[in-house]
Structures are given as structure tokens and as C-alpha cells.
Design a protein around this ligand. Structure first.
Ligand code: GDP
Ligand code: MG
Length: 468
């Protein structure tokens, strides 16, 4: 799967070179290529649009550190957004129910429902030690019931017999009774499909759904139908509340448009991929692994993560050393800290995650918004190097000049200087090695990879000094 996309992305991202910062302008052409690649992969148009917009938003302003190329940095952004598009992490089946937990299989004819019923029975028996029964409610296709009987035998699942002269609802009810009496953990109900969506089929699946009260309603769909897969999924979801999707025939699909469109268009996760005709050819769907498969650049993504984390950590360590040596904490250091915070995904997110910060009253937290941080950085930028090093010389006329240079008010400059003085005091207190300890502590509390682009756990503002 995804062969075509992989090839296209490879070419696309080689194009960006020699930029020190990603800007709207220098990524424009590349984004156009990304858009084309996705459309060629048969991803639905609204999905493509949203995706490209989000990549642009996330990428603009990101700095390209020395050891990386702009293309590599952009790949990381694309990778993260691809993962998010497909739902972040694997969602398994939720079989928490009074046994038997019923799984209802829905989908068009030929999508792979019967095959997937067998695969799933095998998966649940082998991986989750479940005692599984299967039943077919497909009374329309002559050999459908026998097909399931054969598959069931192969995967050692109990087969509840049914015949074409019975009503699907009766079959399902009898099967639940039997499964309950025989203490089965799971009952998988295979259903009939049509060649296209029609009202009779929808009514039948609605009735079945109401009668069997499934814990999981899985929509089975052929990956090769591309973005149509997402559209059919949506139509089914409007009739019965789906809990997930099994995307079949992924082994034969070179484009991948279905995998990339389904989550966004239906809000439902792909839970499994069918990757062949054999009963073992079923894989839990992991958005992050699929994303790096699409890009074919898993190593680049980890390189970028590592570099960005390292650069931030280098900076933090430099500061730590400086303070330890007894050198003063000056306004340039203050500015570095503010910038790191911005990189870590902004104040609001950061504050909630840091020890102790969560307990701050909301009105205090509200004061520290990300715009504020950007403003503070602008103020420091308008100072001379001399002023940054020796903030005590910043008196009346200098304050006025700095305010107008940064497009702020004198009060803003005053406030910043006050915050800085408070932080400087705090830094002095921590001189004796308390800081290293505090940094270690904070690292331990940060979830790995938190903060996206700029944020490894090493990238924390040293000493947790906040401009407040
Ligand atoms: P149903 O009508 O929805 O029950 O579909 P079936 O389970 O009968 O499958 C239809 C055809 O698709 C069969 O020939 C299966 O072998 C094939 N099939 C199902 N899933 C996959 C898959 O993941 N990969 C491949 N290559 N073929 C599959
Ligand atoms: Mg079938």
C-alpha cells in the first residue's frame, strides 16, 4: 500500500534546501506538490485541503537547525499530521460487555466481510484467548453460509449453523442464545451486502443492529475503492452507529486514499487492515507506523526528533553552566527561555503539564498567553546588546525607545523588567546545583515527544522560570 505516495513524497521533500526557517513562501511549491500527491492517491478533496492547511500552519516559522535540511524538518511536520489524520494511535476492539460480546460486520458485497469474520475470530482466539462463535445472516448468496462454515473450521471457531430459508433476525437471535448457553466470549455476526447501498440492505442492518445490540459494529471496506470507501462508510454510519472500520485488500492497493480519508470523513477509526486472502492476513492499524510507511522516511523523522531535542538541550545546558559559574542571568538568557517556551507548544499547554502549575488559579494562567510571550520577545529584541547584558541601565528614555521599537507601551517594558528581576533572583537561589535537580525532575514528568516540533523533554526552560 502507499507505493505511489511514497515515491511522490520522496521527490517532493528533496526540493527544499538552504533555508534557515520555513516560511509560507519557501514551502509554497512543496505544499502544492504534497497536495497533488494526495489527490493522486485518491484522498478526498476536503481532507486534502484540511491537511495541507494544517501542515502549512504548523510548518511556518519553524527554525531549521544547522544539522538538518528544511526538507527533513518539513517531513517531520508532514509525518505528524499524517499520523493525526489517521487517529494518532491504534484503537483496538472494546469487548467489555456481558458475554457474549457481539461484533456486527457490515459492508457492501465482496468487501471482505466473511473473510474478515474468519480473520477476526482467529485473531481474538490467538491473541486474546477468546472463545469465539461465528454466524452468517447472509441468506441471499447461495454459498455464503457454507463459505463461513469453511472459514470457521479453518480458524477453529464455533460455527452456528443457519439456512437460507430463515430470517436474518431469527438467525441472529438464536445465535446469541446459543452463544450465551455455551459461555462464548464473543459472537461475530456476518451479514449480507449488496453491490451498492440500497434501502433494503440499510433497513436490514438497522434491524440486526437493534436486535443484537453489538459492542462493536465494524464496517468492512475495500481499500481499492479509494475515497469512495470513506463515502460508503459515511452512508453506513448514518444508518447504524459504527465503532470502527476494517480496511481490506490493502495488499493490492497502491494508492492509500481510503486509509487517509476514512477517519476524517466519518470520525471513526480504522481498527484493522486486511492484507491478504489468508486468515492470518489481518493487522491492527497503527496510524504512526502507517504514516512513516507512507513517507518511507522513518529514519528521517527520528533524526529530526533527536536533533531538535538535542539543540534545545544544548542551549539549556549552556545556560545551566553559565549560572553555575556565577555569571549573571541576563536578558538574552531570558529571551532564549521565552523562545524555547514558544517552541514547546506555547505557554498554555506547557503550564498544565509542569509540576505545580496545574494548581494555579485560572485567572493567573489566563494572564500568560502565547501572544504575551511573543510580545516579550519583541521587547527584548528592541534592546541593544549592552542593555540586555546590563538591564539596570534601562531607565526612562531607553524604556521609551524600546517600547516604540517593539510596538508596545512603556508599561509593558516596565512589566517585563520586573518579571526579569524576579526571575534573576530565583536563578541566583538555584545557583548551587539545585537547578540540575529541578530539570531532571521536570524531564521525568514530561510525556515523551510532548510539544511536537521543538519539544523533546530536554528542551525545557531551565529552572522553570516563567515570565509572571
Ligand atoms: P463479502 O462478500 O463481504 O463477505 O466478501 P468476502 O469475504 O467473500 O471476500 C471477497 C473476496 O475478497 C474474496 O475473494 C476474498 O478472498 C477477498 N479478500 C478479502 N479480504 C482480502 C484482503 O485483505 N486481501 C485480499 N487480497 N483479498 C481479500
Ligand atoms: Mg460474505
Amino acid at each position: 500500500m502507499f507505493d505511489n505516495l511514497q515515491e511522490r513524497f520522496g521527490d517532493v521533500l528533496k526540493g527544499l534546501r538552504g533555508q534557515s526557517r520555513l516560511t509560507e513562501d519557501n514551502i509554497k511549491d512543496t505544499l502544492r506538490e504534497v497536495r497533488m500527491a494526495l489527490l493522486e492517491a485518491d484522498v478526498a478533496l476536503p481532507v486534502v485541503r484540511g491537511f495541507v492547511d494544517r501542515v502549512r500552519e504548523k510548518a511556518v516559522g519553524v527554525e531549521v537547525t544547522k544539522s538538518l535540511t528544511p526538507g527533513q524538518v518539513l517531513i517531520k511536520v508532514v509525518n505528524d499530521e499524517l499520523t493525526a489524520l489517521m487517529g494518532e494511535s491504534n484503537e483496538g476492539l472494546d469487548l467489555n460487555a456481558q458475554p457474549p460480546a457481539v461484533i456486527l460486520m457490515a459492508g457492501l458485497q465482496g468487501s471482505g466481510k466473511t473473510t474478515s469474520t474468519g480473520k477476526l475470530a482467529r485473531f481474538l482466539r490467538e491473541r486474546h484467548k477468546k472463545n469465539v462463535m461465528v454466524v452468517s445472516c447472509d441468506i441471499y448468496r447461495p454459498a455464503a453460509i457454507d463459505q463461513l462454515r469453511t472459514v470457521a473450521g479453518e480458524v477453529q471457531a464455533d460455527f452456528f449453523p443457519s439456512t437460507p430459508d430463515q430470517r436474518p433476525l431469527d438467525i441472529a437471535r438464536n445465535a446469541i442464545d446459543a452463544a450465551r448457553k455455551q459461555f462464548k466470549d464473543v459472537l461475530i455476526v456476518d451479514t449480507a451486502g449488496r453491490l451498492a447501498i440500497d434501502e433494503a440492505m440499510m433497513q436490514e442492518i438497522r434491524d440486526l443492529h437493534a436486535a443484537v445490540a453489538p459492542v462493536e459494529t465494524l464496517f468492512v471496506v475495500d481499500a481499492m475503492t479509494g475515497q469512495d470507501a470513506a463515502k460508503t462508510a459515511k452512508a453506513f454510519h448514518d444508518a447504524v452507529p459504527l465503532t470502527g472500520v476494517i480496511l481490506t485488500k490493502a495488499d493490492g492497493d497502491a494508492r492509500g486514499g481510503a486509509a487517509l480519508s476514512i477517519r476524517e470523513l466519518t470520525g471513526k477509526p480504522i481498527k484493522f487492515l486486511g492484507v491478504g486472502e489468508k486468515t492470518s492476513a489481518l493487522e491492527p492499524f497503527h496510524p504512526d507506523r502507517i504514516a512513516s510507511r507512507i513517507l518511507g522516511m522513518g529514519d528521517v523523522v527520528s533524526l529530526v526528533e533527536e536533533m531538535q531535542e538535542k539543540v534545545d538541550r544544548d542551549q539549556a545546558e549552556k545556560l545551566a553552566k553559565k549560572i553555575k559559574k556565577g555569571k549573571g542571568f541576563d536578558l538574552s538568557d531570558f529571551r532564549d527561555q521565552l523562545q524555547q517556551m514558544n517552541k514547546l507548544g506555547g505557554m498554555a499547554g506547557l503550564m498544565d503539564k509542569l509540576p505545580g502549575m496545574g494548581e494555579l488559579p485560572d485567572h493567573v494562567k489566563g494572564q500568560v498567553n502565547d501572544k504575551e510571550v511573543t510580545k516579550l520577545i519583541a521587547i527584548v529584541d528592541s534592546m541593544t546588546p549592552m542593555e540586555r547584558q546590563h538591564p539596570q541601565i534601562i531607565k526612562g528614555s531607553r524604556r521609551k525607545r524600546i517600547a516604540s521599537g517593539s510596538g508596545t507601551q512603556v508599561q509593558d517594558v516596565n512589566k517585563l523588567l520586573k518579571q526579569f528581576t524576579q526571575m534573576q533572583k530565583m536563578m541566583k537561589k538555584m545557583k548551587g546545583g539545585g537547578m540540575a535537580k529541578m530539570m531532571r525532575q521536570m524531564q521525568g514528568r514530561m510525556p515523551p515527544g510532548f510539544g511536537g516540533m521543538g519539544g523533546g523533554p530536554g528542551g525545557l526552560p531551565p529552572g522553570g522560570g516563567f515570565p509572571m
